[in-house]
Write a protein that binds this ligand. Structure first.
Ligand SMILES: [Zn+2]
Length: 283
C-alpha cells in the first residue's frame, strides 16, 4: 500500500511584520491556525532572512542551555508534521541545504515563489529549485497571488508568498500611491523620509520629520495592513485543498522610533528580530 500523499505546504512571509503589531492587530483568521508565538528571525532584513527561511530554518525560539545542533534537529523534525511525511531531518537536505531543491527533487513537490519585494526578484540566487518564481507587478497585493495558486492533484505543491502590504509604507492595494506617507503632497512632511535615514539611525536635527506621533501613525498603518491581510488569508483558507499546512511568519520586524531607530536592516535592536509565528492545518 502506498503511503498517503504529502501535504501541500504554504509559507506566508509578512514582510517587516513586527510581533507586537501582529498582537495589536489581533487577526482572528490567522489565529485559527494555532497559538501565536513570539519568535526571532535569523536576520534583520529581507534577503538574508529569506535565504535562511528557504534553508528550512524558520524563525527560531530562543531556548537557553540547548545546543544549536539539538535545536535544528528538533526544528526540522517539525517538517514531518508540516509535510505529512516521515524521516525528514536536517541531514535530508544535504548537500544542497536548500528546501525548494529538497522538496522538488526528493519529495516530488511542485515549488512556487511569489514575491513582493524586488530584492527577492527571480534573477537572484534565491531562485533555485523552483518550478515558478514571480516578482509580482505590485509590491502590495497578496490577493493577486491567490489568483495564481493551483493545487493539481498529481503532486503536492509548495508555495512561498512574500507579502508586501506589511512593508513600509504599509499601503493597501486600493490606496492611491500619492497618498502614501513617503510622498510629498497630502503628507508633505514625509517628503524626505528616505534620505533622512542613514544607517537606520535618525540624523540629529531632523526630528521634525520623525516626531513620535508620525511614527505612531506608521505603526498604526502596519497594524491596519495586518488586519487587511487577515481578510485575504480567509480567502486563502477557502481556496486551499484539505491536505494543506500553512505557516505564517515574518522575515524581520520593524522599528517605529524605539531608541531613535526607524525601519529595519542595519539596525541592532530586539524589535527588528521579533516576529510572529503561527502554523497549522485549517481542516
Ligand atoms: Zn523584509
Amino acid at each position: 500500500m502506498s503511503s498517503p500523499r504529502p501535504n501541500n505546504y504554504i509559507l506566508v512571509i509578512l514582510d517587516s511584520c513586527r510581533y507586537d503589531s501582529f498582537v495589536t492587530a489581533n487577526p482572528k483568521t490567522m489565529k485559527k491556525l494555532g497559538e501565536v508565538e513570539q519568535r526571532w528571525s535569523y536576520a534583520s532584513w529581507t534577503a538574508p532572512s529569506h535565504f535562511n527561511l528557504l534553508m528550512g530554518l524558520l524563525p527560531h525560539q530562543s531556548p537557553p542551555q540547548v545546543y544549536a545542533s539539538e535545536y535544528y534537529k528538533k526544528d526540522f523534525f517539525q517538517f514531518n508534521e508540516r509535510l505529512g511525511a516521515e524521516n525528514i531531518e536536517f541531514k535530508s537536505l544535504v548537500p544542497h541545504l536548500y528546501f525548494p531543491t529538497f522538496l522538488q527533487q526528493k519529495l516530488g513537490y511542485r515549488t512556487h515563489a511569489m514575491v513582493s519585494l524586488p530584492v527577492l526578484n527571480p534573477k537572484t540566487i534565491l531562485n533555485t529549485g523552483f518550478d515558478t518564481f514571480r516578482l509580482m507587478p505590485r509590491h502590495n497585493d497578496m490577493r493577486a497571488m491567490l489568483k495564481e495558486m493551483r493545487f493539481p492533484e498529481d503532486k503536492p505543491s509548495f508555495y512561498i508568498l512574500n507579502v508586501g502590504e506589511t512593508h513600509y509604507p504599509y499601503a493597501l492595494p486600493d490606496e492611491p500611491s500619492d497618498e502614501w506617507p513617503r510622498v510629498s503632497g497630502v503628507h508633505g512632511v514625509f517628503k524626505h523620509l528616505d534620505d533622512q535615514i542613514v544607517g537606520g539611525k535618525l540624523i540629529p536635527g531632523t526630528e521634525k520629520f520623525f516626531d513620535q506621533a508620525k511614527l505612531d501613525m506608521l505603526r498604526d498603518r502596519q497594524v491596519k495592513a495586518i488586519q487587511y491581510i487577515d481578510e485575504v488569508i480567509e480567502e486563502l483558507f477557502d481556496l486551499v485543498p484539505e491536505n494543506t499546512y500553512i505557516t505564517i511568519t515574518a522575515d524581520h520586524g520593524e522599528l517605529f522610533g524605539e531608541d531613535g531607530f526607524f525601519g529595519h536592516g542595519p539596525i541592532q535592536h530586539n524589535k527588528v528580530f521579533e516576529v510572529p509565528f503561527v502554523e497549522g492545518k485549517i481542516r
